[in-house]
Design a binder for this molecule. Structure first.
Ligand SMILES: [Zn+2]
Length: 238
């Protein structure tokens, strides 16, 4: 499994894509094809649960089947694409309300506690990395809003994963990484508010880390996860 960190690093290397144009053949072809398909999934241009036809992508992206199959395999590992024997690929179904509630219950059990432990052992190096990850999210790029949103989802995954890494329990980190939370929740709703408010909440978490204050970090993370849940819940009423 590719770590969220590896994903984020490669995203930064290639920059945001909106996937709306045929892809130029170059050394980063596999990565660009991946980015283009990911952007379609995050923007719901490939709707949740719908079939993904390799031949269609060959035409749309003007590349051969090989990088497309490679990208679909990678997205399958990340939980965004499902491969069914004899049927082929489809976009993962939209997360259900029940599953969403379960996911946030799990996050609230694990992430505030992890933030508290991370604050207690925070190094200058880790704090600088987290600050950088949070900073990337707030930058305005030349990309369109949906491409930015897809990048935000990935950076948010990196930010939360890095905190779990610092906290030091590898099993908890793997358990949450396996949920692919950020891809699923960001597919629920496209809204600028989701990103703007989260930036302030991340800043509060970082301030608690900078102060090496475990209790403040716990509270800031709990508030962030609760608010994230409350921002996204209306998506189920649409
Ligand atoms: Zn976040």
């Amino acid at each position: 499994m590719r770590s969220p960190k590896a994903l984020a690093t490669s995203a930064l290397a290639t920059g945001p894509r909106d996937g709306s144009q045929a892809i130029q053949r170059n050394a980063g072809l596999a990565e660009e094809v991946y980015e283009a398909i990911l952007a379609r999934l995050m923007a719901l241009k490939i709707p949740p649960g719908s079939r993904i036809t390799v031949d269609n992508l060959v035409r749309e992206l003007a590349v051969s089947q090989t990088p497309i199959r490679e990208a679909l395999g990678r997205l399958e590992g990340e939980g965004l694409v499902v491969k069914t024997h004899l049927v082929g690929y489809s976009a993962a179904p939209q997360i259900t309300r029940t599953r969403f509630n379960e996911l946030y219950e799990l996050r609230l059990l694990l992430e505030p506690d992890a933030a508290s432990r991370a604050a207690a052992v925070m190094t200058e190096e880790a704090l600088a990395e987290l600050t950088e990850a949070a900073g990337v999210m707030s930058r305005e790029g030349g990309a369109d809003d949906r491409a930015r949103y897809s990048q935000f989802a990935r950076q948010d995954a990196l930010f939360h994963d890095r905190i779990l890494e610092v906290a030091g329990n590898a099993l908890i980190r793997e358990t949450l990484a396996h949920q692919h939370t950020h891809f699923h929740i960001f597919r629920l709703m496209f809204h600028a508010r989701v990103t703007e408010e989260a930036l302030d909440e991340h800043a509060a978490i970082l301030a608690a880390f900078a102060a090496r204050d475990p209790e403040a970090a716990r509270q800031a993370m709990r508030l962030h996860v609760e608010r994230s849940r409350d921002r996204l819940l209306p998506a189920f009423d649409l």
